[in-house]
Design a protein around this ligand. Structure first.
Ligand SMILES: Cc1cc2nc3c(=O)[nH]c(=O)nc-3n(C[C@H](O)[C@H](O)[C@H](O)COP(=O)(O)OP(=O)(O)OC[C@H]3O[C@@H](n4cnc5c(N)ncnc54)[C@H](O)[C@@H]3O)c2cc1C
Ligand code: FES
Length: 270
């Protein structure tokens, strides 16, 4: 069991949770994730590691309260315990000097891009973060992103701050007007990552997307997280979660995401 040392609702339905997990804090690398079981009757829930402190032995994740498992985590308070917290899992994000890197984060992905931006900045890259939400009050970690970026661009669907629309439209405009990026990284909802990949495809800029498929064991044994990349079956948990968005079969991912919707609604009602 791991103890929750801090839990805050940083935006409506978006929570930041920091737990005592010294072994994971010592080994975590940008882009890795954990699998959480909130209580002994819960399913396994993958969460991206958004921050960690090896000295304090703590790990932070950001989560959206959307279904039964995330509601259970949301109900826990500082001092409560999570039944199981396993990680770090998955391959870390590739960190080296690429040049100018655009990182696009939406919903939980704003927290997801933060450690990647920090590591890429330390590796000497120019960092431009695109942080998106439906409205200004749903954005979070603005200061943290600004600390590790050369520029942070905001996009909101209602236009309350920054670009009016989605980050994928914002970066598409940049690309069409000749702005150069050496690498694009997108973390967040599947549709957003798909649209970012389609926006960059004509410009042949390597675009890394972080797959949030259904997962069970997270160690390559169950096959629940399978996806198709360049006509080959891959497991997001051990081969990813990061894949070249231009090579991913998005139709399969988008349809598999909805496979358990009826059961998810029943489980939430129960
Ligand atoms: C590698 C990886 C990293 C991830 N990192 C994060 C992260 O850092 N933060 C994060 O928040 N998530 C992250 N996810 C996604 C997260 O694991 C899932 O969102 C989580 O498992 C959802 O669990 P749940 O039981 O709360 O929701 P589920 O019940 O599984 O719901 C999933 C889907 O069903 C829909 N749904 C549920 N109930 C209803 C209802 N009553 N009516 C209509 N629709 C409904 C939801 O909108 C959602 O799309 C990650 C996933 C992966 C694979
Ligand atoms: S979650 Fe089981 S193989 Fe990936």
């Amino acid at each position: 069991m791991v103890k929750i040392v801090e839990k805050t609702e940083i935006a409506p339905n978006v929570h930041s949770c920091t737990v005592e997990a010294p072994d994971i804090a010592r080994k975590a690398l940008p882009g890795q994730f954990v699998i959480i079981i909130p209580d002994e009757y819960s399913e396994r829930t993958p969460m991206t590691i958004s921050d960690w402190d090896a000295k304090k032995g703590t790990v932070t994740f950001i989560f959206l309260e959307i279904g039964a498992s995330t509601q259970k985590i949301a109900e826990l308070k500082q001092g409560d315990e999570l039944y199981s917290f396993t990680g770090p899992l998955g391959k870390p994000m590739e960190i080296k000097k690429f040049g100018t890197v655009a990182l696009i984060g939406g919903c939980y992905g704003i927290g997801g891009i933060y450690p990647v931006a920090r590591a890429l900045k330390q590796a000497g890259n120019k960092i431009i973060c695109f942080s998106e939400a439906r409205s200004k009050f749903l954005l979070y970690w603005n200061e943290k992103l600004e600390e590790v970026s050369d520029e942070v661009r905001y996009s909101t669907v209602d236009g309350s701050i920054g670009f009016k629309g989605h980050a994928y439209d914002d970066i598409e405009e940049d690309l069409k007007t000749g702005k150069k990026f050496d690498r694009i990284i997108a973390i967040g909802c599947t549709y957003m990552m798909y649209r970012v990949s389609e926006a960059s495809r004509p410009f042949s800029i390597e675009t890394i997307t972080s797959m949030n498929t259904v997962m069970i064991d997270g160690t390559g044994m169950c096959g629940a997280c399978r996806l198709v990349v360049e006509d080959k079956t891959k497991f997001a948990c051990v081969d990813g979660p990061h894949f070249d968005g231009h090579k991913v079969d998005w139709d399969i991912i988008l349809s598999r995401r909805k496979a358990y919707l009826d059961e998810e609604i029943i489980s939430q009602e129960r």
